[in-house]
Unconditional design. Structure first.
Length: 252
């Protein structure tokens, strides 16, 4: 089984130029526990993170991200095909084991993601635009749990949503959409309010949430042109709230 460690996370998700950037010294934790990030005019404003925050009430957690622009205003241009299709995302990596939401345990980095991708729909149980067709809503921002792992086929030092090899049947959440990857479509609705995006998620009452670490990331992904092996690679990291993916946010 793959067990992620912070050095692996740092080397895989943070571009080398970002690691050498002195501006990361400005990252801090606010009095209310938010992971603060300095503005960066080089990053497209809706993906330039100013703060990432998560707070819980019993077994519910609300993940927030504050951006330097209008969150959700930028979405990918359609390509007309699933193979090679772009995905844009707001991501909250966590220290939770994937088994906390129903995946096979100890299989990678469990992250909550809000994504937009106009070329395909991966939420078959949800009709986001309420037009009676649940298969045409990929452009509308929606939520996923994903398990990320280092994947050489995506490039040197790259991550992908973990594949399910042919013939294997790892444990998946009840709302798994049937794709051959560790991706769940739980139906939690991302909410947007100017620079803010938030997603409220529920956990089983037996999941220990106090002390869980988290961070905030904005990133682009792309579907493999061959539609599998691997299916979905991280192709670009726009911003990381902590600067080094140290998961400094802590659920209380």
């Amino acid at each position: 089984m793959f067990k992620p460690t912070l050095p692996i996370l740092t080397l895989l998700l943070i571009p080398p130029a970002a690691l050498a950037d002195d501006s990361h010294a400005d990252h801090a934790i606010s009095q209310d526990g938010a992971v603060l990030s300095p503005a960066d005019e080089v990053i497209v404003a809706p993906f330039d993170i100013l703060a990432a925050h998560a707070h819980r009430s019993a077994n519910q957690v609300t993940f927030h991200m504050t951006t330097n622009g209008v969150a959700g205003a930028e979405t990918p241009d359609p390509t007309g095909a699933v193979g090679g299709a772009p995905v844009q995302s707001y991501v909250w990596p966590t220290s939770l084991d994937p088994s906390a939401v129903g995946f096979e345990g100890e299989t990678g980095i469990l992250a909550l993601a809000a994504t937009s991708h106009p070329d395909f729909d991966d939420t078959p149980l949800v009709d986001e635009d309420r037009d009676g067709d649940p298969s045409n809503d990929g452009l509308i921002w929606h939520s996923h749990w994903v398990v990320l792992t280092p994947t050489e086929a995506c490039g040197d030092g790259a991550l992908a949503v973990r594949d399910i090899p042919e013939g294997e049947t790892p444990r998946m959440p009840a709302t798994w959409p049937g794709l051959p990857i560790f991706l769940d479509s739980p139906g939690f609705t991302p909410l947007f309010d100017g620079p803010e995006i938030s997603v409220t998620v529920g956990f089983s009452s037996n999941v220990a949430l106090e002390g869980v670490g988290y961070d905030g990331v904005t990133a682009a992904l792309r579907v493999n042109a061959n539609i599998h092996a691997p299916l979905l690679c991280v192709t670009d990291v726009f911003d990381v709230a902590s600067g080094d993916l140290s998961l400094p946010g802590v659920l209380q």
